[in-house]
Design a protein around this ligand. Sequence first.
Ligand SMILES: [Mn+2]
Length: 239
Amino acid sequence: MEKPIIGIPAARQLVGDSYKNTVNQGEVAAITKAGGVPVLIPTREPDLAADYSKLFDGLLLPGGPDVAPRFFGEEPLPEMDEADDRLDATEIELIKLAVAAGKPMLGICRGAQVVNIALGGDIYQDIAKQIAHQTYQHHQKAPYNQGSHYVDITEGSMLQTIFQGQQHVLVNSYHHQAVRKLSPQLKLTAKAGDGVAEAVESKDNNLILAVQWHPELMYKENAAEYAIFEDFIKRVKEA
Ligand SMILES: [Mn+2]
């Protein structure tokens, strides 16, 4: 495979008085630099997920809005932000289809949460509210390209290889939700010192790597963050 096609589900964004289908430039630029061809996947018609899934070799699940809690069997807490259930339904279907077809995935922030939900896990709707002890500032006020809290990386994980054996890594953080009950198909491969889940990977293969932080906002200054995208394109080429 020369240049793999990477599908990126588009968010619904209100611009002026009309809705647009949008993907962040950070992910598009990082995938392109790593040798992939990014393709925007509209998410307004969940019934078309199977048709869209034929169009790409790998799936990038980007950051985005909160996931509607009905997708993991809960009612919304007051701390929930706006959710987009068509985005949720489309991504969940695309993830299931990608697993079935053996297509590699990279999840970023929301992507880590939605991949866990799609495969039978759930999330905290609001970590500050739902975790009993005091958590770190996971919605950082520092600039997005700046790391703000550390994560501890699990030995023997894909992440450890990507970070060349480093176990304690400074990452950025821009989330108020996080993986809670882990999918039986996933393992936890990084967590913050306060116990918040920061990365998950497939248990039995190398199809899925998903991080809770935003490498697309750090990769220009940080070689290991860029290596997350290089590793993804390599996984897609080898699948
Ligand atoms: Mn965090």
